[in-house]
Design a protein around this ligand. Sequence first.
Ligand code: BGC
Length: 471
Amino acid sequence: MSLDTEVDKIVSEFAVTQETLQKGVERFIELATAGLNSDEDKYGLPMIPTFVTSIPTGKEKGILFAADLGGTNFRVCSVALNGDHTFKLIQQKSHIPAELMTSTSDELFSYLASKVKNFLETHHEGAVTSTGSQKFKMGFTFSFPVSQTALNAGTLLRWTKGFNIPDTVGQEVVSLFQMHLDAQEIPVTVSALSNDTVGTLLARSYTGSNKEGTTVLGCIFGTGTNGAYNEKLENIKKLPAEVREKLKAQGVTHMVINTEWGSFDNQLKVLPNTKYDAQVDELTGNKGFHMFEKRVSGMFLGEILRHILVDLHSKGVLFTQYASYESLPHRLRTPWDLDSEVLSLIEIDESTNLQATELSLKQALRLPTTTEERLAIQKLTRAVAKRSAYLAAIPIAAILHMTESFKGHNVEVDVGADGSVVEFYPGFRTMMRDAIAQTQIGAKGERRLHINIAKDGSSVGAALCALSEKD
Ligand code: BGC
């Protein structure tokens, strides 16, 4: 077969039909309801109660600290909430060394604690050496699936996004972090545990929810993907009765749920499953889990494309100057070496003969290409990215369906989104909106939706969580 025919075949495998979108929404609602009822299904949607029971109004005030372990970076910040929807953030970001992602709990958490110490020494001189018993409150954003038992406690269910430290699984992560902070004599108490999506929901509610309707969802499309929303307490049936009664007696009506939608449809009943998806899953530390994430988020898009290119080479229609797999450029044979940033450059390339793509592929993979090959690669890139954006519409549409706040005549709602893919991938939000319009929400519903980028939401939100903690 010719290159064109092979490419068209793959592109059609990556197309997401309206039927898949609508079935996806139905399945999401089914799995979300089951997940709110019980944790029985190990492969189901986690739907984790976060113990965050109030949404900020924008009037909150105070100076708080936040530590944020997201994926590739660790951030330590101090957040000054001014009480008027604005805040001032001072932050220090460090790249997590790759070897720490597969090391031990002690190595990782002692590294995180040392970064907190460094931040306090640099930006809050005197804090570390201050004597006396006064400790600073810190919110901890830990963006992995954690089963939360209280606002400031939760055990790690499993690692995602390339982390694989077996001895952390099943451990309570706040105590672990606190132990290392104490060991390094850092005057900080971790008073709230949060997820980046919860942070994004809270931060967006603090800064701008009244601009375009209530914020109903906080979501991330970056290295990983996930979403959090506010659910009625009475619908969270898996919370023990005594916990629900106690909260009700305190006047609580809602609780934020961290859906962990990366694990939507792990059984692959509606999600597309090409042979490339199966190959990528094989390479991960959480095989069989987070199957939605593995089709949607930034960490996986480049890897899917890499598998397609290697496959087309093996069929003898691409990179024919290389006689064998072993002779292909090393980077093209190295898992995770093709960054989604390269895909974004290919996506928007309109230069003659795709010269920008030629340069990107040479720089990123040391891979020389012909114009014909580049045209094929661009088609494939666009197909992989479009499938990601289309699938991303499913949980958003499903959650809108489930939320009270979206019901009612002409009600407009706000969705806070963060992450490199939604922020920087060319056309991602537009494609996602096109797909939302094709779901049960319809074009009219889609127009009532405002998707806004919530910068730094994950850290600011952790600080807001720490503030909501009662002494
Ligand atoms: C994690 C989530 C997180 C998401 C976005 C996923 O891999 O399981 O907890 O919210 O990535 O960072």
